[in-house]
Design a protein around this ligand. Sequence first.
Ligand SMILES: [Cu+2]
Length: 203
Amino acid sequence: MSQPLTDRPHVTRSAGLTALKPIPRSNHSLEAKLLLAALLATFGFLVATSLARPAAADTSITVTVGSCSGGGTTYCFNPEAASGTTGAPVTWTNQSGVGHTVTLCDATNCPGFPGNTGSDTFSLSLGAANGSTASFTFSHPGTYYYYCMIHGYAAMHGGITVTAPAPAPQVPEGTAFGLVILAGLTGGAGLLWRRSRRRVRAD
Ligand SMILES: [Cu+2]
């Protein structure tokens, strides 16, 4: 640690340098500022990354006997037009006492269906016993239509619209990381500037 400028006996002020005032604060103050800046930047980075983590929501669909207003004529997926998020399980629970499948629609098996916009594929078996479950976790957003292979599309079908979980509306991770770099560069530049000023005064 170098001595404060004011304590240096060999430093004399020439006429051209009288405008320069001695540095009133020690290097401790500068180091404290740099440390604080680094801590704040790190804190911001951690907050941004934790908040940017998506909050996925599970979806539950129950199979019952009876028709749906927009679904099948014999069995109903409730809700028949469900919604879900990627990364969270969608679970079908059987309450109809009959076995089913939950199978992605295609043009051949689901004549006239609106078409799928997502790229996931699935075909699940749902046991006959009430309370039997089958689950699928979507990886890609989109609207998916599905049917039962046992009873056919006309008797039994449903749909689900899958979206990516809403990202937190704050600073993106890249920006927080950039702030860490910026804080480091700013602190380093400030340190160099102060050292150079001290050197000029010492000459
Ligand atoms: Cu079925």
